[in-house]
Design a protein around this ligand. Sequence first.
Ligand code: ADP
Ligand SMILES: N[C@@H](CCOP(=O)(O)O)C(=O)O
Length: 306
Amino acid sequence: MKNIKLQVPGTVANLVCGFDILGMALNEPFDEMEFKLLDERKIIIHHEDKFHLPTEPEKNVAGVVLLKILEKLENQNIGFEVTINKKIKPGSGLGSSAASAAGAAFGANELLGNIFSKEELVYFAMFGEELASGSRHADNIAPCLFGGITLVKSSEPMDIIPLSSPDLYVSAVHPQVEVKTSDARQILKKNIQMKDAVKQWGNVAGLVAGILKNDNQLISRSLEDVLVEPVRSILIPKFDEVKKQSLVLGALGGGISGSGPSIFMLSETKEIAEKVAENMRKIYNEIGIENFVYVSKINDQGIRIV
Ligand SMILES: Nc1ncnc2c1ncn2[C@@H]1O[C@H](COP(=O)(O)OP(=O)(O)O)[C@@H](O)[C@H]1O
Ligand SMILES: N[C@@H](CCOP(=O)(O)O)C(=O)O
């Protein structure tokens, strides 16, 4: 019986201005997943973590992805047994659901002898995101599978552009307040003004150019979101303070990670990133909100077989 073990990274979706299209893989936090190939059409899911996630395949993000893969492989007597040790807290805004979705697609593909392309894996994994949030967005899944920073130019048809993996440090704080991705999508404005759209696509283009040219000052100037952040940041206590103080400490910029409540900042050096993270921790400790902070380099590889 074949088996495989994976380390599946957390991800920062949106990268401030690129709602639903930009994302970045992290070295920390990550989930662990172990897969066994079965010789009957069955999906078995175990959780070794403390999050009490459903293990019925149709209610678990990893399960729905594996069901989709089985549907594609009609008439084959195979199945998958998956053990998930989740370290990326669900609802954190650090791509917890995407890690299970992308990890499931990747793990199954490895056991099947790599019969699917990475784009096909993104397609399968999007069904997991749909279960978690009601929307088939791929901005967490793509960097999880490709590594580095990715652009989802389109998901229908699938057009994913891996950009690069800048030599930058990420500080992230996860304050323990719950923001469900599905709720954080419900509150977004349905219509936007042309002047805001112009500002936003200027920022997205500037950010992509800055990443490709390794121009950190351009990255810094482009990390601005006039559409989503003003609405969602209200759900995150101390958001403005964390951002302002991080910039004073020397960070290039940052904002809400995914749909929140986590906040991330990019910095050029480990020293600055650590100071920023320490300050994030201090801000939440002062108001008695439990929090977790991470300092990580951008993960250039994505999912790793261990
Ligand atoms: N394997 C899984 N991993 C993470 N979340 C899962 C999983 N299976 C089901 N879920 C559900 O998905 C939701 C978490 O998704 P989401 O709010 O998008 O979190 P995140 O922002 O961390 O990705 C929760 O309601 C959780 O119960
Ligand atoms: N583009 C999505 C990303 C959600 O990321 P998550 O890590 O919060 O699941 C959105 O902003 O809704």
